[in-house]
Write a protein that binds this ligand. Structure first.
Ligand SMILES: Nc1ncnc2c1ncn2[C@@H]1O[C@H](COP(=O)(O)OP(=O)(O)OP(=O)(O)O)[C@@H](O)[C@H]1O
Ligand SMILES: [Mg+2]
Length: 272
């Protein structure tokens, strides 16, 4: 279904993503984990054609994605909608209009300038907001919402494009734990109910373990782990994050906690 082969991205002398290959044979919830700078965002951005790959190949249902240009490229970007850590909403615009912007690629500039939307689109936007439990927020300005609500608006905007794939770049990194759970539950539900593939960059192991069907671990641009959450042992985590990473103690909530590197600490806390 979706295949990446030897996907590589160089920025000058730096190789951000180094010959990454994976194949998804069915819609799934895929997590991508790794340290800061491991290449997670660059990988997602290449899949969606926001960043040009230096070499390699991406295939989706027989289409050579990296060769798409013009209209076909824009269509693909609608088919694999992206959501971001900072939500990327228009803060002063109302929630419903933000969601309707998900149809932008199909609309004329003039209609967009005057904020004119077909009634069918408006009804669909409200349906999607209702499904995500935030229909009552539709008339409010986006900036008046909590972070968790804003991220659900961003997901609603992505759903307006009826995407086959949702690419989520650290979707919960700016959220408190309760909102993080709400947003992850929403993404998981969209996968379960609609059969859309979700590929999410995540920065905590416990989130990856809890929500993903499969996890790819990246280090220095390369895939160093590809398996199920069950296979993501603390030994595998050490391979991904490095031996000097510190983890919190509880196996159920193993989190890269940003403490200063402490090899002695890490080696006593990590067990395979
Ligand atoms: N536009 C760019 N120009 C130059 N270098 C870049 C660019 N984008 C990313 N890089 C570099 O590529 C490497 C991978 O970056 P990337 O943002 O993909 O990492 P990441 O895993 O998403 O990190 P983080 O967890 O901090 O978001 C880094 O060394 C980064 O500095
Ligand atoms: Mg990133």
């Amino acid at each position: 279904m979706l295949t990446a082969t030897d996907l590589t991205c160089r920025f000058g002398p730096r190789t951000a993503v180094d010959r990454v290959s994976f194949a998804l044979d069915r819609p799934m919830f895929l997590g991508v984990i790794g340290r800061s700078g491991a290449g997670k965002s660059t990988l997602l951005r290449m899949l969606n054609r926001l960043t040009d790959a230096t070499s390699g190949e991406v295939q989706f249902k027989g289409t050579d994605i990296l060769r798409l240009t013009g209209r076909a490229k824009r269509d693909w970007q609608g088919r694999c909608a992206m959501i971001f850590q900072q939500f990327n909403l228009v803060p002063r615009l109302d929630v419903a209009s933000n969601v309707l912007h998900g149809t932008l690629s199909r609309r004329s500039t003039l209609a967009t300038m005057f904020n004119l939307w077909p009634e069918t689109d408006i009804a669909r936007a409200l349906d999607i907001l209702d499904r995500l439990g935030i229909a009552d927020q539709a008339p409010k300005r986006a900036e008046a919402l909590s972070g968790g609500q804003q991220q659900r608006v961003a997901i609603a905007r992505a759903l307006m494009q009826d995407p086959a794939i949702i690419l989520a770049d650290e979707p919960i990194a700016s959220l408190d734990p309760m909102n993080a759970q709400l947003v992850m539950d929403t993404l998981r539900r969209i996968h379960d109910e609609d059969g859309r593939t979700v590929i999410a960059n995540l920065h905590t192991l416990d989130t990856a373990r809890r929500y993903c069907d499969r996890v790819i671990g990246m280090r220095d641009g390369r895939v160093v782990f590809d398996g199920t959450p069950d296979q993501l042992t603390t030994g595998a985590a050490r391979e991904i994050y490095g031996a000097d990473a510190s983890f919190s103690e509880k196996a159920t909530s193993t989190t890269l906690d940003g403490l200063p590197p402490d090899t002695a600490y890490a080696s006593t806390m990590l067990e395979t």
